[in-house]
Design a protein around this ligand. Structure first.
Ligand code: EPZ
Length: 422
């Protein structure tokens, strides 16, 4: 298992290119199951999660070919389709559950393994099951698999979700696109990745309105055709790299970034004393004068503060002036980066869904361990400004969601290198 070594090295300067969004691409790829015609995704990120989704789709009979070193994904699903998404692949990546809606829409039946829990929480699928059942699917849990089928195909319906689940919204959108009649999804997730999926489905001939708001209306169509679609910029990678100059000082421009993708995050950065400027090329970030100020953070569904940036924001607040309180309202166990930051000299108290961070002057490098995707990158960020050397082990977590993090950060002056593991 590889490790990454980071040494505090002062202010950063330069540009960091932002890749296509992992969480958009993982919803766009299963859309190929909805049509016999090819779906081409451009601006795709080169990540291990994308390779895992490719493996899953291949097991179902869909082909995904990575072109241009993986920046273009050419997908098609025109042959025999296997309706079973096997536990061995699904357990590696929860987003595998996004094949459930498309399989039901295309075939009328599906057998999809429950993903099982992961480090940040139990992550059940009840909201997905309720939403697809509203469209006429009969779904039962047997031997750890969801067995889903429809009598005579999916039928449009009005459904209100108990919580604005991102994945359940995506499964519903893809299923309802081919259902008979009109569907309305209420309390829908509003994330930019939902809008990106709706844009792609419209390019394939779907009739969808209201995506990006809490109420989405879909007119089912008989069939969807092929399309070419550019993956939206990754707002979580963007926010992550915006924190690098905030933590170390200097000035970095994140190419391809747009403030409207992460407005609530940018508002918190501004309150903490970080200057955020939209330029033609992206977002330019630097510290205002003086020390970072403590701010409170509450994670919420979009347009609230993204839970996927909570760990990274905590890394910034460890050396802020004053005390910050971070409330994690989306996942039940998403503070696993806190004990690792404590090893670096941070002063953090975790009680249930709240973490109280008392700012210290400096962090000190230490050996730390990555536990989940976003926690691992928060340790890298903390190491950028810490005194001495930080070694982050188990960086396979990191490679799931960040393309070549050591290249992107060393290009702006960070002392960071990957050590190949056994
Ligand atoms: C998506 O996960 C993202 N993943 C997550 O990013 C992100 O943290 C999450 O949305 C919230 O923004 C992808 O898009 C691939 P949810 P998803 O359904 O769809 C509970 C990362 O780091 N819930 O909105 O699984 C669930 O347990 C990853 O890139 C149910 O109870 O998120 C969680 O507490 C991590 N029942 C909350 O809702 C359900 O049926 C949010 O889940 C579904 C969800």
């Amino acid at each position: 298992m590889d490790s990454i070594i980071v040494r505090g090295n002062g202010p950063l300067k330069g540009q960091i290119p932002i890749a296509g969004a992992k969480n958009a691409c993982l919803a766009l790829m299963p859309a190929t199951l909805l049509s016999e015609e090819p779906l081409t995704l451009t601006n795709a990120p080169r990540l291990s999660d994308i390779r895992t989704m490719t493996e899953l789709l291949a097991s179902l009979g869909a082909e995904v070919t990575a072109l241009q070193e993986g920046k273009v994904l050419a997908a098609s699903c025109h042959g025999e389709i296997n309706p079973v998404a096997d536990y061995d692949i699904v357990r590696k990546m929860r987003a595998s559950n996004l094949v459930l809606g498309p399989l039901l829409a295309r075939l009328g039946h599906a057998v999809v393994s429950l993903p099982g829990g992961c480090a940040i929480g139990a992550r059940p699928m009840d909201i997905h099951v309720d939403a697809l059942s509203a469209l006429g699917a009969q779904i039962e849990l047997r031997d750890g698999y969801l067995h889903a089928k429809t009598q005579g195909g999916l039928k449009g319906a009005v459904h209100e979700m108990r919580f604005a689940s991102v994945g359940a919204t995506e499964n519903f959108l893809m299923a309802a696109s081919l259902a008979k009649g009109t569907s309305v999804l209420k309390n829908a997730a509003r994330e930019p990745e939902i809008v990106d999926l709706a844009d792609c489905l419209r390019a394939m001939g779907a009739q969808i309105e209201g995506d990006g708001t809490g109420t989405i209306e879909i007119q089912g169509v008989d069939r969807l055709h092929g399309a070419t679609h550019p993956v939206v910029a990754d707002r979580i990678e963007l926010g992550t790299y915006m924190l690098a100059p905030a933590i170390c000082g200097g000035e970095v421009e994140c190419l391809g970034g747009r403030i409207e993708l992460i407005e609530s995050f940018c508002e918190r950065l501004d309150a903490a004393g970080v200057s955020v400027e939209q330029t033609k090329a992206g977002i330019k970030v630097s510290r205002k004068n003086g020390r970072i100020r403590a701010v409170d953070v509450v994670t919420e569904p979009f347009p609230g503060f993204p839970t996927d940036l909570q760990a990274q924001m905590m890394a910034l607040l460890c050396t802020a002036e004053g005390t910050s309180v971070l409330e994690e309202k989306i996942f039940e166990n998403r503070f696993m980066h806190a004990p690792e930051l404590l090893r670096m000299g941070a002063n953090i108290e975790v009680h249930g869904g709240h973490a109280t961070v008392h700012g210290v002057d400096k962090l000190r490098g230490a050996r730390v361990m990555a536990t989940d995707l976003r926690a691992s990158v928060s340790l890298i960020l903390a190491g950028l400004a810490a005194e001495g050397e930080t070694m982050v082990s188990r960086v396979y977590h990191l490679d799931r969601g960040y393309e070549r993090v050591e290249d992107k950060l060393s290009a702006v002056g960070a002392h960071i290198e990957r050590v190949k593991g056994e």
